[in-house]
Each structure stands twice: as structure tokens, then as C-alpha cells.
Design a protein around this ligand. Structure first.
Ligand code: NDP
Ligand code: MG
Length: 392
């Protein structure tokens, strides 16, 4: 039995991770769970899985839960709580599925505690990939087991699986695929896109933030940065292909010209399960792939003109250092503002671009510099939103 901790248990990935734990209950014990503000769902999950630790966003909720639930369960709260939960001694695997840059706190703590980390969150790597890789290296030195990061994001899980038994020196390029989101082939005025339209993803049912990122194609930009840090490969060797059917989750082209790809029905439970059982495989209840019925698989080059968020992400990737933290922070603020109805869909890239243009890069940032850049970019993005409300 392996003890798993799920950070972000009430989210889309977290709930699917619990369905994997339910399916493989003879292999995994749920040791810890976290939510931010969805306490009602967390309480239901606690009833079913009986964890030893939980973490919630606010101190107030933590105090109430300490009174309400059996004393045997330890209740943490806030960012410090996420860090503590990610490093509890008995945890073997930490599934990191909170959304946003906040995941950097528990990611660092899980690495320092040498955990196996099933990493769904992408923002933490985007903002601090070099630092994260440096920490992994540092804590892998010496005796005993070092930290291990296994990707959950479907594209990166696909690449990870294609690379099984292959060295990076044999790789010509990584081919990251993406459905293109709801607007790829649509002639639509981006200023008029409603929240409802943007949340209607053609292939995947996901949390709100990543669904909007998929509609702007920012998600693909973040994934290219994620791939760069996860697999230690230059940006020139990462190619993006729009593949509307979402059947090939990504591919690796090797130096001999062979290309290996991972095919399946789009279902995140597959990559979540592989991340926690790897290198083993176990049966799942996922719909088998029926290529005869699917009929055709299409591939297109991405349109960076139509999707300026993708262009901005690629620019931030090239600039590196603190720029990816600024890209991500401004985007997080703009996406939540769009979801709240404060700005138009077309304003998301405008705000990100303005904040990025004003940023003065700090080279080789330490963790504090990353958090500082993140904080400042959020302040600037919010100021931009206030200025633009009405116009935007
Ligand atoms: P959701 O919005 O569905 O869930 C987010 C989870 O994080 C919830 O449990 C939420 O708690 C918690 N949370 C939110 N803010 C905070 C905070 N400030 N502190 C602590 N916990 C917080 O997101 P998804 O599951 O869709 O995505 C999670 C991550 O995985 C993202 O980084 C995303 O990019 C990545 N990912 C997601 C995929 C998907 O299919 N959904 C696919 C590939 C990657 P509460 O419910 O209480 O708000
Ligand atoms: Mg993905």
C-alpha cells in the first residue's frame, strides 16, 4: 500500500485522482486531502476516504473543522498548511493538483522531503522551472531515494511514456499536441465571446482556469514551458501541433526519424493513474480507443496571430528568468477577471502584454525574486483591469 496525499482534491484533477484511488483501493491509501474553500465537498471526501490530514484555505474554516471532525484528523490551513501536508512523513506520493502559482509552495516542500510528486499543476514549473530543477538535483544527491516528478498533464505524460527506455540524446524533437480549444476553427469576434462559450471545451472537462487558458491557447504556451523544464530540452526542439480530435496526446521524434506517440480517448484518469503507478500499468475503466469510428486524425499549425496569448507565452519562454512568472501572474489575474465578467475575452492578452512590457527582468532569480515578480505583476494586472473596465 502506498500513502497518497492529494492537494486540490476538490478540483477536476483532484476528484479524478480520488476516482483512481477508489479504483485501485488495494494499492493506495488516501492519507491527506486539501481544498481551498469548497469545504462541503472536502467533508464528503473525508467521510469516504478517512484521511489522517486535511488542509483548507482559511484559518476560520480550519478552526471550525477542528471542532467538528474527530481529533484524529490533523487540520492544516493556508500556504503553510499546503507545505506541511506535502511533506508529512508517511506520504509516499503527493498529487499536486491545486491550480495556480500557489502550488510552488507545496512543490518545493515535497521536493525537499524527497517525495514522489505526480505533478498536474503547471503554473509552478512555468514560474520557477530552473529553481525547481535545481532543488530536485540538490535533493537527489547523496544516499537514499531522491525526489521524483512524474507529469500528469496529458501531453507531458504522453512524452514521459514515449521516452521510457530512451535517452534525451536520442530525441530530435518533442511534438506537443492540443485540441485548439472551442474557437480554433471558428470565425468569431473575440471581443464578444461570453464566459459560457469560452467554458465549453470541445474535448476535455476541466477546471475553469485551464479551460479559459485552453480557449486563448495560453495553455499550450504554458505547456511548452512546462515541457522545456520537465524534459530539459531547448525551445527550438519543441513543436506544437493542433490536433482537434485529442487522440494523440503528444509525440516524440527520435534522431533516426521514428516518431512515437501516445494514443487514447481523452480521459485524465489515464495519466493520473500512470503517474501514481509508473512504471507499472493496471487496467482502467476508460473507454477503449476505437479508431475506426473516429475515422480521421487531423493536424494543423498553430495560428499565433489569432491567439496572441500563445505568442506572448513563447516570448516569455525565450526571455526566461522572471518573465515567465510575470506572464503567468498577469494571465491568472486576467483570466479570473474575465470569469467574473469584469473584462472581455480579448482583453486577456492585452493585459498580459502590457504587464510583460513593463517588467524589468531579474536574472537567475531566487525564490523570493520569483514571488516578488509574481506579486508585482498581479498588482499591475489588477490596476490595468480597473483602468480598462468599461473600455475592455
Ligand atoms: P480546479 O479549479 O478544478 O481545482 C483546483 C483545486 O485547487 C481545487 O481543489 C481548489 O480548491 C484548489 N485551490 C484553488 N486555489 C487554491 C489556493 N489558493 N490554495 C489552495 N488550494 C487552492 O483545477 P483543475 O483540477 O482543472 O486543475 C488543477 C491544475 O492541474 C492546474 O494547474 C491545471 O493547469 C492542471 N491540469 C488540469 C487538467 C484538467 O483536466 N483539469 C489537465 C492538465 C493539467 P476549492 O475547490 O476549494 O476551490
Ligand atoms: Mg494538457
Amino acid at each position: 500500500m502506498k500513502n497518497i496525499v492529494i492537494l486540490g482534491a476538490t478540483g477536476s484533477i483532484g476528484r479524478q485522482a480520488l476516482s483512481v484511488a477508489r479504483h485501485l483501493k488495494d494499492k493506495f491509501r488516501v492519507l491527506g486531502l486539501s481544498s481551498n474553500s469548497n469545504i462541503a465537498l472536502l467533508e464528503q471526501q473525508v467521510k469516504e476516504f478517512n484521511p489522517s490530514y486535511i488542509c483548507v484555505g482559511s484559518e476560520k474554516d480550519a478552526l471550525r473543522l477542528r471542532k467538528q471532525i474527530p481529533g484524529r484528523i490533523k487540520v492544516f490551513h493556508g500556504n503553510k498548511g499546503l507545505q506541511d501536508l506535502a511533506s508529512v512523513r508517511e506520504a509516499d506520493i503527493v498529487i499536486l493538483s491545486v491550480v495556480g502559482a500557489v502550488a510552488l509552495y507545496p512543490l518545493v516542500s515535497a521536493i525537499e522531503s524527497r517525495k514522489t510528486i505526480a505533478l498536474a499543476n503547471k503554473e509552478a514549473l512555468v514560474i520557477a522551472g530552473n529553481l525547481v530543477n535545481g532543488l530536485i538535483k540538490k535533493h537527489s544527491a547523496g544516499h537514499g531515494k531522491g525526489p521524483v516528478v512524474i507529469p500528469v498533464d496529458s501531453e507531458h505524460s504522453a512524452i514521459f511514456q514515449c521516452l521510457k527506455n530512451e535517452g534525451m540524446n536520442k530525441v530530435e524533437k518533442l511534438i506537443v499536441t492540443g485540441s485548439g480549444g472551442p474557437f480554433y476553427n471558428k470565425k468569431i469576434n473575440f471581443g464578444n465571446i461570453t464566459v459560457k462559450q469560452a467554458l465549453r471545451h470541445p474535448r476535455w472537462k476541466m477546471g475553469k482556469k485551464i479551460t479559459i487558458d485552453s480557449a486563448t491557447l495560453m495553455n499550450k504556451g504554458l505547456e511548452i514551458i512546462e515541457a522545456h523544464y520537465l524534459f530539459g530540452i531547448e525551445y527550438d526542439k519543441i513543436k506544437l501541433l493542433i490536433h482537434p480530435q485529442s487522440i494523440i496526446h503528444s509525440m516524440v521524434e527520435f534522431i533516426d526519424g521514428s516518431v512515437i506517440g501516445l494514443f487514447s480517448e481523452p480521459d485524465m484518469r489515464l495519466s493520473i493513474q500512470y503517474a501514481v503507478t509508473s512504471p507499472e500499468r493496471y487496467p482502467t475503466k476508460i473507454k477503449p480507443l476505437d479508431l475506426e469510428n473516429i475515422g480521421k486524425l487531423e493536424f494543423f499549425s498553430p495560428d499565433v496571430k489569432k491567439f496572441p496569448c500563445l505568442k506572448l507565452a513563447l516570448e516569455a519562454a525565450r526571455a526566461g528568468h522572471t518573465m515567465t512568472a510575470v506572464l503567468n501572474a498577469a494571465n491568472e489575474v486576467a483570466v479570473w477577471a474575465f470569469l467574473e465578467g469584469s473584462i472581455k475575452f480579448s482583453c486577456i492578452p492585452e493585459i498580459v502584454e502590457k504587464v510583460m512590457n513593463r517588467h524589468k527582468i531579474t536574472k537567475n532569480p531566487a525564490l523570493e525574486d520569483v514571488f516578488e515578480a509574481d506579486f508585482r505583476a498581479r498588482v499591475e494586472a489588477r490596476a490595468e483591469i480597473i483602468k480598462e473596465t468599461g473600455k475592455c
